[in-house]
Design a protein around this ligand. Structure first.
Ligand code: F6R
Length: 254
């Protein structure tokens, strides 16, 4: 895995946005894999800025989001569909019908998960997948214990994830306890991954991802099995890495 250490969140956001822009410039039909949560908000802001400044064309692109809460309708303010509309889709010219977010409120989750995998396959696979990382090492909502063979499915959220996400809801009781999430195998099947982590709260998960053995106990460590991963971290998220991992990386900025 390639490690890029940047000085702060602003630089992390800029670098990640630049990667997405160069992808769509090189291939207008790019299939994006997208994440929600706090970390990529800055990246989406930068992406919108760059797209407007350089008239970047997303008219032939498509996107697949990692996950959605079970039980929330797509119009619920805390749904990941709403997040994506607000933070990105309403501001670029990607066709609405080519932005896929799993449906969390269907009557048949199994069918929805199979349909999602099939839609990714029919699109030709994901060209570039953006990931954040949970404090517990999750990617997507693949919580510790998720198998490297897992596909899109309904997952149970851990207490630590529910607590971490309670900041977006009025109270912790309102946080859904399940989600539909792309699986580890789905993520490992993407062509390129860019994982973003900011702040000291992520430092231990980042260390285990990069320095530990690949294990389902730390789902992000399974990315070691992927041939093309770039991890962009700021100084806080890099603070627990050892010198052997740091050797060969060049901190950018001061
Ligand atoms: C979001 C997702 C999650 C988040 C992770 C980190 O679609 O799948 O894995 O990336 O929980 O969240 P933040 O960025 O809020 O710390």
């Amino acid at each position: 895995m390639k490690l890029v250490i940047v000085k702060d969140y602003a630089e992390l956001s800029r670098k990640a946005a630049e990667m997405l822009v160069s992808e769509v410039k090189a291939n207008p039909k790019t299939v994006f894999g997208l994440a929600t949560g706090g970390t990529p908000v800055g990246m989406y802001r930068e992406l919108i800025k760059l797209s407007q400044a350089e008239s970047i064309d997303f008219s032939q692109a498509s996107s697949f989001n990692l996950d959605e809460y079970v039980g929330l309708s797509s119009t619920h303010p805390q749904s990941y569909r709403s997040y994506m509309q607000e933070n990105l889709f309403n501001h670029i010219n990607i066709p609405a019908e080519k932005t896929y977010v799993p449906a969390g409120n269907t009557t048949d989750h199994l069918a929805e998960c199979a349909r999602y995998e099939e839609a990714i396959r029919l699109a030709g696979g994901i060209d570039i997948q953006v990931l954040g990382i949970g404090n517990n090492g999750h990617i997507g909502f693949n919580e510790p214990g998720s198998s490297a063979e897992s596909l899109t499915r309904v997952v149970q959220l851990t207490d630590s994830t529910i607590e971490a996400n309670a900041r977006y809801f009025d109270s912790v009781d309102q946080v859904p306890t399940q989600a539909v999430s792309m699986g580890i195998k789905t993520i490992l099947g993407t062509k390129k991954v860019v994982l973003l982590a900011s702040g000291e709260a992520k430092a231990e998960a980042v260390r285990l991802m990069l320095e530990g053995e690949p294990t389902a106990d730390v789902p992000a460590s399974l990315l070691q099995l992927h041939p093309n991963v770039t991890v962009i971290v700021d100084h806080g998220a890099a603070s627990k890495l050892t010198t052997s991992v740091l050797a060969g990386t060049k901190p950018s900025g001061s």
